[in-house]
Design a protein around this ligand. Structure first.
Ligand SMILES: Cc1cc2nc3c(=O)[nH]c(=O)nc-3n(C[C@H](O)[C@H](O)[C@H](O)COP(=O)(O)O)c2cc1C
Length: 172
């Protein structure tokens, strides 16, 4: 059977409807860490994270173009993706804040690639940045996973409808 291309009517999507619909896609929460050009650790909370390829092992995350120190995540070659556990709500809030001393109150060690591997996470992935692509007001960044740290055996921190949630306890 031949598939026919249908002309879709041009519709403007209401931005509030769009955000609300996207917020209904439940996700985990990560903190992406990197290094500034002078070697200072940086980190940002990111829920727009996905697996991309198994062989080679690739992951994908998206950062707003206005993210502070965007180059530290996109251009300096290396990041660590830290997947948060359900008791790391405060860590998520810390790395989503504008604070300049984000690493003063969290435990971490330095990964082989120099980026911060945070204590208490479910897993951390050390990545080499291989590509990035601007999509609207965000940058999609692709990393090749070079080292995997298995972390604590715990439940994940989740994000759903603009709130933190836990497995089996939606919207709490
Ligand atoms: C749960 C949660 C998930 C977030 N996910 C993203 C994301 O996927 N991409 C993004 O650019 N910002 C995301 N943010 C917002 C950033 O963490 C925040 O805007 C950023 O840290 C602002 O600080 P900075 O620009 O000084 O780094 C998220 C925030 C929270 C609390």
């Amino acid at each position: 059977m031949r598939h026919q291309a249908h002309e879709l009517p041009h519709m403007t999507v209401d931005s509030q409807d769009f955000r609300d619909a996207l917020s209904r896609f439940a996700s985990g929460v990560t903190v992406i860490t990197g290094l500034d050009s002078d070697g200072t650790p940086v980190g940002v909370t990111v829920s727009a994270f996905a697996s991309l390829s198994l062989d080679p092992p690739l992951v994908l995350f998206c950062l707003g173009l206005r993210t502070a120190k965007l180059d530290a995540y996109a251009s300096h070659g290396a990041v660590a993706v830290n997947i948060l556990a359900e008791d790391q709500h405060a860590v998520s809030e810390l790395f989503a804040s504008q604070r300049t001393d984000k690493f003063a109150t969290v435990g971490f060690c330095q990964g082989d690639n120099g980026c911060a591997v945070l204590d208490g996470c479910l897993a951390s992935l050390e990545c080499a940045i291989v590509n990035s692509h601007v999509g609207g007001d965000h940058l999609a960044i692709i990393g090749r996973v070079e080292r995997v740290h298995r972390g604590v055996a715990a439940a994940p921190l989740l994000r759903f409808r603009g709130r933190y949630a836990a497995l089996g306890n939606p919207g709490s």
